[in-house]
Design a binder for this molecule. Structure first.
Ligand code: HEM
Length: 52
């Protein structure tokens, strides 16, 4: 699994939206992202980018 801590928030948002829409394909991540709202994605990106 890729390291996400410290990643730019914009990058995490784009990746999760791409999994959610199916534009980026990976079974476990598409399953994870399917239920996320835009607010969930923004919150996760803020949390992960601030983590070390
Ligand atoms: C809150 C939970 C999770 C979040 C926010 C999350 C987020 C992400 C993001 C943003 C990426 C893209 C990384 C990149 O482009 O460098 C990613 C990739 C990936 N994640 Fe997750 N993830 C989560 C849970 C999981 C779980 C539970 C699994 C395994 C069952 C998993 C397996 C993977 C794998 C294998 C990739 C690489 C897939 C690919 O190459 O497209 N993730 N994840």
């Amino acid at each position: 699994m890729p390291k996400l801590a410290g990643q730019r928030p914009e990058y995490i948002v784009e990746a999760l939206k791409a999994y959610r829409s199916g534009a980026r394909r990976h079974p476990s991540m598409q399953a994870n992202a399917a239920a996320l709202t835009d607010q969930d994605i923004a919150d996760l990106a803020a949390y992960l980018s601030a983590a070390k």
